[in-house]
Design a binder for this molecule. Structure first.
Ligand SMILES: Nc1ncnc2c1ncn2[C@@H]1O[C@H](COP(=O)(O)OP(=O)(O)O)[C@@H](O)[C@H]1O
Ligand SMILES: [Mg+2]
Length: 302
């Protein structure tokens, strides 16, 4: 089993919405442990998204699995793991995550050649997220009332920090399950890692322009309401603990030592978290623009 050091094995699918506020000290320990589960059966592909994830049965039940052999490559899996860890540190609910081990014979009997190829290229370490049975995809008009201002503000802050472009109205990558919003699909975040050579101080510190398209931007409040506290929750080794949970095999194609690779992620994230945080200022500018452009509800017009 892989685990974050000092983890206290909390219930991984627990939503924190209804629990009393925790101190930062307590919360630091509440980073989820990360199990390594054996894939037993390919259940069903999920064809909505581009990466052809699938529901896979494991020795711990059904997990949506993102395959290392998919076109997006292992870095998408690294982003999934890191952002899920950061979200959890902010008390944003993510379904339980795990490493899914695909043994070589797995999927040989799959009739679809595209799926067979994908599985053949994915033996070993893959990313899994607990399948939420009965969940549906979030849509602002239908489920906006299930999202609090605080949730929206923290989520926008997180997505701007990690440069996540995949939380738009068309593609919100939020699930509604048991009347609560859950975060999924962070494979496109941290795009800087696709070309570390071009990542200089200026790029690290840059705001995230695509935050203007965020599905919850207009539902959020001034990010200064959460900025200090969210930054605080990422301090004192939280980032390092999350990075230690990323398996070496997913960092290998870097052609650098896995620890050197972790170090690059750490300095990138710490650099973005250094004040003044341009990404947070960028949120506020985009938020003002979107609020100015949004017509006020009829009830507030006189
Ligand atoms: N944990 C989950 N539980 C239930 N359904 C899920 C879960 N994760 C993903 N899905 C469903 O599968 C779809 C594709 O998954 P996603 O992670 O968004 O992959 P992609 O990178 O292909 O967009 C989602 O839009 C959602 O409908
Ligand atoms: Mg998606």
């Amino acid at each position: 089993m892989l685990s974050f050091s000092e983890s206290v094995a909390p219930s991984p699918t627990r939503s924190t919405d209804s629990t009393p506020p925790v101190t930062v000290e307590l919360h630091r320990k509440a980073v989820p442990s990360l199990d390594r589960l054996l894939a037993k059966r390919y259940v069903q592909p999920l064809r909505e998204g581009g990466s052809l994830p699938a529901i896979v049965d494991t020795d711990s039940g059904l997990f949506v699995t993102k395959f290392r052999g998919a076109g997006q490559g292992p870095k998408a899996l690294v982003a999934e793991l890191i952002v899920a860890g950061l979200a959890t540190a902010l008390d944003l609910p993510v379904p339980e995550i795990a490493i899914i081990d695909i043994p070589p014979p797995f999927g040989r009997s799959e009739p679809d050649p595209e799926i067979q190829d994908l599985l053949r290229a994915s033996h070993g370490t893959n990313f899994g997220i607990r399948y939420l049975d009965g969940a549906f995809n979030f849509e602002l008009g239908a489920a906006g009332h299930l999202v609090s201002t605080e949730f929206a503000t923290r989520l926008v802050w997180l997505d701007a920090l990690v440069t996540n472009p995949d939380r738009t109205h068309r593609n919100p990558n939020l699930l509604v399950w048991e009347r609560k919003p859950w975060l999924i699909d962070h494979g496109a975040a941290l795009y800087a890692h696709h070309d570390w050579a071009r990542v200089d101080e200026e790029r690290i510190r840059a705001p995230f322009g695509l935050i203007a398209d965020h599905v919850l931007l207009a539902s959020s409040e001034d990010p200064r309401a959460v900025d200090e506290e969210c930054t605080q929750r990422m301090s004192e080794g939280v980032v390092e603990r999350i990075l230690r949970s990323v398996p070496d095999e997913l960092l290998e194609d870097e052609r650098v030592d896995p620890d050197a690779s972790r170090e690059r992620y750490a300095s990138y994230l710490h650099g973005r978290l250094e004040p003044p945080r341009a990404f947070a200022e960028g949120i506020e500018e985009a938020r003002k623009r979107v609020l100015e452009a949004t017509p006020r509800p009829l009830s507030s017009r006189r």
